[in-house]
Design a binder for this molecule. Structure first.
Ligand SMILES: *Cc1c(COP(=O)(O)O)cnc(C)c1O
Length: 445
């Protein structure tokens, strides 16, 4: 076994990671899309298949979740321009920031108010479809709004679903599964906020709480499902379905940018900053974006300084064989959506040839950004979701970021660049709690 000192000798960045300092890292294993894509276990057809499935479910979704009717049962979020926040960031970090600044508001996704309304709900729907088709109750040509009936709820109530979560995945899986009629158990880590547990219990979901972190709640969920053939475990650490549910976002995003007359091409690069926990959400979105835009898109992950699990997995090449605890890092952060100590091995390996880089942000900075975004754009996000918002500052001001721009011949195009920050959650946070977050940020500011 190598010691931490050995690791630091080999990869000096680990010294800063272990002392919970903010870092910016560029990925030495990134490849041109054409060669990188050959290594991937999934392809464009897999994403198209997921997109079609979501279309089949749209009539059902529209029927049982009225807030989705405006978009005919398609669970999607807007993209908004945030010029005032760009100005504020320039001022806060004392650096002129050029290019378009856009926010992808997954914080306002219907049903569960976070990016988990993509992958999480998708996997529940896919499981429901598979069961119903197997039992001869449904065919893909049907109008899926028939699922909203006592007959189907009775059928699904003989089946159960289990998941481990830091909060938001539990919300998505819990709400969607309970609506269909499944028995559902959410195993919640210590980070999970009380209001999320209360909300789920009110919907008839069984919530089991642990004193330990996310990895423990996942283990317990897996154990529950192993002992029961009628129980389906949604495996946030390894699931292709979750990943594909997230990837669909990219296909729709392309259309959204076209509608906004935003060009992405050789001379207009797109930079995307994605808050990362176990990796499925940001990994799935980044994978979809690379399929859409190949080398014209540059994807960066963002993690809290106290939970840089994906970054440690990528730097060391150990992926899920490494935990932040191995490097003396405590995995304690206010960014509950990102409070993960061990990354997904499946996502780390899949994303390795595609990812541009990754960086870490302190909790203190997340609060500052939270208040700044509320002040400038009147948009309120949960702390996790702010991790992406500092991305352009990191890219444009750090030595490693500037080298990335230089090495990719992007210097002349940066004035035309589009920076898209993925706002992964927030609209469900109760007002009193959001007010507290906001106040904390203004005090630090
Ligand atoms: C879950 C979550 C993420 C990250 O997604 P992973 O799949 O865990 O990497 C980011 N932001 C919020 C708000 C989340 O809930």
């Amino acid at each position: 076994m190598k010691t931490i000192q050995d690791w630091i000798k080999e990869y000096p960045i680990i010294s800063d990671l272990a002392s919970v300092k903010e870092v910016f890292w560029t990925n030495p294993k990134k490849e041109p899309f054409q060669t990188g894509a050959k290594k991937l276990p999934l392809n464009e057809n897999d994403v198209k298949d997921a997109e079609k499935r979501l279309k089949r479910f749209a009539p059902y979704i529209a029927k049982v979740f009225p807030e989705t009717r405006e978009h005919s049962g398609i669970i999607e979020s807007p993209i908004v321009s945030i010029p005032a926040m760009r100005q504020k960031l320039s001022q806060m970090y004392e650096h002129p920031l050029k290019g378009g600044f856009l926010l992808k508001c997954d914080s306002h996704l219907p049903i569960s108010g976070s990016i988990k309304a993509r992958g999480g709900i998708y996997e529940v729907l896919k499981h429901a479809e598979t069961l119903a088709i197997q039992h001869g109750l449904l065919s893909v040509e049907d109008d899926y709004s028939i699922l909203d009936s006592q007959k189907f709820r009775n059928f699904f109530s003989d089946h159960s679903i289990a998941v481990g979560s830091t909060g938001n995945l539990g919300l998505s899986i819990g709400i969607a599964s309970a609506k269909l009629g499944f028995k559902v158990t959410v195993h919640m880590s210590a980070d999970a906020k009380k209001w999320k547990k209360d909300l789920l219990r009110n919907k008839g979901v069984t919530v089991i709480e642990y004193k330990e972190d996310y990895s423990k709640s996942v283990d317990e969920g897996r154990k529950q499902a192993d002992g029961d053939p009628n129980c389906y475990f949604i495996d946030d650490e390894n699931s292709c379905d979750l990943f594909l549910g997230y990837a669909v976002a990219a296909f729709r995003l392309k259309k959204q940018l076209e509608e906004l007359n935003i060009t992405v091409d050789e001379s207009h690069p797109l930079f995307v900053y994605l808050p990362c926990g176990v990796g499925g959400g940001p990994g799935g979105v980044a994978f979809g974006l690379k399929l859409m835009y190949q080398d014209r898109v540059h994807c960066f992950f963002a993690e809290p300084t106290h939970s840089p699990c994906m970054l440690l997995g990528l730097v060391t090449g150990l992926h899920d064989k490494v935990s932040v605890h191995d490097f003396g890092i405590d995995n304690i952060t206010t960014a509950d959506g990102l409070a993960v100590g061990r990354p997904s091995g499946f996502v780390g390996q899949t994303i390795e040839p595609l990812l541009s880089g990754s960086y870490t942000v302190s909790d203190q900075e997340l609060f500052k950004l939270l208040s700044a975004l509320a002040d400038t754009e009147n948009i309120r996000l949960e702390p996790s979701a702010l991790a992406g918002v500092i991305g352009p500052v990191k890219l444009l001001t750090t030595k490693q970021g500037k080298e990335y721009v230089q090495n990719h011949d992007l210097k002349d195009t940066m004035k035309n660049a589009v920076h898209l920050m993925w706002a992964t959650g927030g609209s469900m946070v109760p007002k009193e709690i959001m007010d507290e977050y906001y106040k904390k940020g203004t005090i630090i500011l």
